[in-house]
Design a protein around this ligand. Structure first.
Ligand code: PLP
Length: 374
């Protein structure tokens, strides 16, 4: 079964992007971030492509995401990026997921699970909050978390990291402040007896950090959006020109009609046609991840290599495009994101018009849209 709306994922592009990031950050390693189903690209295919491109580890947000990768036969190191609910920890241990910790409670809970299961000691990465204030140990509680790891049977520290809040705006000095705090904390862990430089995987950089802040690279970088070929933000666009977007969004024209000047269209009849025109209806809507507002901020589609405006509000399953006097037929190819002929509509074009970021666009393409791999 296949409907007339689908996404194409170019796994060669992901492989190329990872290779490009690897070359940029060497000798630091690249761990590919494949959370949220690989930013909508499909976690397992994206992970395999990233590993082919030179990534040496993977990062996920949830235990279930890591378990799914293991069930698909992926043996590379997998880091779960934040602390997890207690009931998830046994799954993490059984599937040898590297857990992130920043509280004594999580360290002790993990240790207890490892002992109960009779499992080998589990490596954990300690996350330090250096100013983003999302998750992580506050600098003054770091030593108690590290001490808890030392004291716990079944848990050993294998990494330490932080996360940057402003890396995609390279002019902003906050990144340096965060990195200074991180260096200070690393020195503290060193004093406590650990040998940070040689024994631990030290990391701080997301894609923007990896590309724009060489001093943030350490042992490895956690590259997400860049491996899918999208820029983390306008401030680092100039560092992403060698990357290739991996995802394109396609459909076929499902219905064509002639409408007269003065007629109106879609729910609320918010668009009035100024002249007689042809309208193509395309079977993809907000349930697929085309934001309902897309038509009111200048959304367009490509048909026959030309741009055509979406008219009327986006509905759950369909959108309408004003194709003028152009001769469009049922079954004609439509590109919503990607290239057709000489024209390109990028996920970041959507994001800029909608006042969001490319991440939200690609993550928002729903499960109802089949991913086809090339
Ligand atoms: C999502 C995430 C990343 C990846 O960020 P990108 O900007 O997509 O490269 C890295 N680290 C952490 C902690 C994250 O949550």
């Amino acid at each position: 079964m296949s409907r007339w709306a689908w996404a194409e994922v170019d796994l060669g592009a992901i492989e190329h992007n990872v290779r490009t990031v690897c070359a940029t950050v060497a000798p630091s390693a690249v761990w590919a971030v494949v959370k949220a189903d690989g930013y909508g690209h499909g976690a397992t295919p994206a992970a395999r492509a990233a590993l082919r491109g030179g990534a040496t580890g993977l990062c996920v947000a949830l235990v279930q995401e890591g378990v799914a990768l293991r069930r698909d036969g992926i043996g590379a190191p997998i880091l779960v990026l934040s602390e997890q609910p207690p009931e998830e920890l046994a799954h993490a241990v059984r599937h040898r997921l590297t857990c992130t910790v920043y509280s004594v409670a999580q360290v002790e809970a993990l240790g207890a699970v490892v002992r109960t299961l009779g499992a080998a000691p589990l490596g954990v990465h300690v996350k330090l909050d250096t100013g983003m204030h999302r998750v992580g140990a506050a600098p003054d509680s770091l030593s108690s978390v590290v001490a808890a790891i030392d004291a716990a049977d079944g848990v050993r520290i294998s990494g330490i990291f932080t996360h940057l809040a402003m890396a995609d705006e390279p002019e902003d000095e906050f990144t340096s402040r965060q990195l200074d705090r991180f260096v200070e904390a690393l020195a503290g862990v060193d004093d406590d007896g650990g040998d940070v430089d040689t024994a631990l995987i030290v990391h701080a950089a997301n894609s923007a950090g990896a590309l724009a802040h060489p001093q943030a690279r350490w042992s490895m970088v956690r590259a997400g959006i860049s491996i899918y070929g999208l820029s983390p933000g306008p401030g680092v666009d100039h560092l992403t020109t060698a990357l290739r977007p991996a995802l394109s969004l396609h459909a076929r024209v499902g219905h064509v009609q002639r409408v007269s000047a003065g007629e109106r269209i879609s729910y609320g009849l918010r668009h009035t046609f100024a002249s007689d025109t042809n309208v193509a209806t395309i079977p993809i809507g907000y349930a697929d991840g085309v934001p309902r507002r897309w038509s009111s901020v200048g959304g367009e589609v490509l048909i026959h290599g030309r741009r055509h405006p979406i008219v009327g509000v986006v509905t759950m399953d369909q959108i309408m495009a004003d194709v003028g006097d152009h001769d469009v037929a049922i079954g004609d190819a439509v590109v919503l994101i990607g290239t057709q002929g000489d024209e390109t509509i990028a996920a970041t074009d959507w994001a800029n018009r909608l006042g969001t970021i490319g991440y939200e666009i690609v993550c928002g393409i729903s499960k109802r849209v089949e991913r086809r791999y090339t």
